[in-house]
Design a protein around this ligand. Sequence first.
Ligand SMILES: NC(=O)c1ccc[n+]([C@@H]2O[C@H](COP(=O)([O-])OP(=O)(O)OC[C@H]3O[C@@H](n4cnc5c(N)ncnc54)[C@H](OP(=O)(O)O)[C@@H]3O)[C@@H](O)[C@H]2O)c1
Length: 476
Amino acid sequence: MLCVPLTVTAKKEVTRFLCAANKHADCIELRLDYFRRKPDLKRLLARCRKPVIVTIRKRAEGGRYGFSSKDRLELYLDAIALDVAYLDVELSSTSLLNAVSTAITQSGSSTQLIVSFHNFRSTDNQELTRVYSAMKKIPGALLKIATHANSIEDNLLMFDLLKRAQKDRLKMIGLCMGDLGQVSRILGLRQGSYLMYAALGKGSAPGQLMLREMKELYRVQITNPHIFGLVGNPVVHSTGYLFHNEQFVRKKKKALYVNFLVRDLKSFLKSFRPLISGLSVTIPYKETIVEQLDSVDKDATAIGAVNTVVRRGRKLRGYNTDFLGVLAALKGVSLKGKQVLVLGAGGVARAACYALMQEKAKVSVVNRTHSKAITLAERMGAEAVPLALIVASPSFDVIINCTSVGMAPEISASPLTLSMLKKISHDKTVVFDTVYTPEHTTLLKYAQSLGLRTVSGVHLFTEQAKAQYHLWRNVL
Ligand SMILES: NC(=O)c1ccc[n+]([C@@H]2O[C@H](COP(=O)([O-])OP(=O)(O)OC[C@H]3O[C@@H](n4cnc5c(N)ncnc54)[C@H](OP(=O)(O)O)[C@@H]3O)[C@@H](O)[C@H]2O)c1
């Protein structure tokens, strides 16, 4: 069940919100503490065509405007008299909680009490256990626990608690807040959470996702999906989640793709291993993940980097689809015996060199840190050229930028100046920039101004992602 909180109060905005909520959500939370003055609850409820949760938090509990205790109790009693579906009261508001609980019992109303706990700073396992035990003692209550995630693993603490509630046959809403807690919002319903919150317009808590994203992109309501995701740090710039989720939707696969912001790779792989079916890997883990996997295929071993992981049973196997992406992006470009310049000596440069050596190109590597260019060239059978000497080199047939220079936000930067590019190219030179944000980099603009053929990093991105999907297809 997806619940949208009402966080607007202006007449027109409320009308717009309720119109959309009645159409697209399963449940509506009326956050009455967002109203400056006591609202006309009866009128509001009459306009809601979905089950309603009435919530009135005081400021100390994360509420917007502080109604007095007397006003809060009055509003809750009105809600009970109007037979509202749910009332949400914070565990720490002890006397209010007791009064509301007693009023529900005495009224014989079908209203369900949600007793909730929020920690906007952290997720602490001992605290979770303590709070859960206290909540369990409140007869007939639906439990809600929301805590701030400071690590990706905090989501698993919440999932463990949801499992415990299921064993104890208790209904519970469990989620982590903040960017690192988004995983719990996306996977929470499958982990047994009674409902999950989503935003329609402005959200009511940090990390809350839009209702549309939850339904259409992450399809949070499908049961037992395969879970794929990106591990990296940072992950915000990646658009892989759009590509893969759209692919899963189009191919009607019970699968979804989530970004995992990972600070400790070893701990992540240990704790999330049973949950995930496959992974994409990005900076800074493409190389370090190699030794953490059960096996690595021959191409990834030769490249020394993994960008794709597939789980079979308990075992994780690594692959590299970047080199396949490079080959696909350069499809139609003659490479055999051609002079190719690779700028950079990082992960993408390794994959590019490997792909080029397979095609028997003559590869020169230039890198800011020359020692790394030497190591890469030795490994791949290429030649390392000091930056200062490339202008003296004969012209190149293909030039590939594998550095991060030119990537957003520094979009005016280019790994080569226009005059350098002019000197080392000829009229048939192909310039390929692996940077894909922006699509049209300064380097590609320089190349176009010289009338050269260009290949955007978007092609590499799409092709390596397609190859990833191909690998995952076998476990879907
Ligand atoms: N299209 C795609 O699908 C795709 C996929 C992955 C990556 N990429 C692009 O490829 C870029 C590199 O990724 P990666 O995984 O190879 O990263 P990486 O392993 O961190 O390597 C970064 C490379 O860029 C060089 N570099 C960084 N800042 C520089 C500067 N200011 N001046 C000169 N050289 C600089 C580094 O040189 P040093 O060795 O001297 O530090 C190194 O060679 C990314 O930024 C991204 O834009 C594209």
